[in-house]
Design a protein around this ligand. Sequence first.
Ligand code: B16
Ligand code: MG
Length: 217
Amino acid sequence: MKTKKAIIFDLDGVIVDTAKYHYLAWRKIANDLGFDFSKAENEHLKGVSRVKSLEFLLKKGNITLTEKEKNKLLVSKNEHYLSLISHMDESELLDGIKTLLPALHQENIPFALGSASKNARRILDSLQLSPLFTAIVDGTDVTKAKPDPEVFVIAARRMCYAPKNCIVIEDSKAGIEAANSVGMTSIGIGNDQVLQAADYVLDSTRQLTLAFIKNLL
Ligand code: B16
Ligand code: MG
C-alpha cells in the first residue's frame, strides 16, 4: 500500500512521558536561583530548546548571568534530567504508542521523529524504538529551534515527502506553530486552549489510533 502522507512525531509529551521530568529539572534550577516556576509557565518551555528554555527562565527570574554561568546551569539541568530518566522503561511510553508505532510500521506508513531534544536518540534507543523510524531528526540536527519549522522540514526531506504531505503530532504550542508555518497538517496532544492553532486537538495519545491516522492519509 502506498500512503499519501507521512507522519512526524514529536518525542517529549507525544511518544514518552518525559515532559514532567523536563519540568522537574527546570523547577530545581529556578528554585536554586531563588524563585518558583509553575506548571502553567512550563507550557512555554515545551518543544523549546535547552538554551532558549534557560533564557526564558532567567528572564522570568530577572537574572543576568555570564555565558560561563549559563553553561554550568545547562549542564546541571541536563544531568538532573538524565538522572530522572535513567530508569526509564516502556511504562513511560504514552498511552497507545506501544501498539501504534509497530502498527504504522506494519502498514508501511512512514514516520519520522522531529524533536528539539538532544537526548532523543538515547531515549528511542533505550526503548528499542529507533529501528521503526524512517528518519530521526533531533536537537543535534538543527540550528533553529521550534517554532522555526527546520526540524520538521528536515524530517520531511529525509522521508522524501513534501511538507504539505506530512502530518505532525505535537504537544507544544511552538511545535504546532512550526508545523502550520510550512503547511503540514498539525495534531495537538493536550489542552485545546493551549493548542488551539492545531488542525486537530486530542486530549491524549489514547485517541491517536491507527484508524484516526489512516483517515487523514
Ligand atoms: P533536551 P520535544 C523538547 O523535546 C522538550 O519538549 C523541551 O521541554 C526540551 O527543553 C527540549 O526538547 C530540549 O531537550 O534538553 O533534552 O535537549 O518535545 O521537541 O521532543
Ligand atoms: Mg513535545
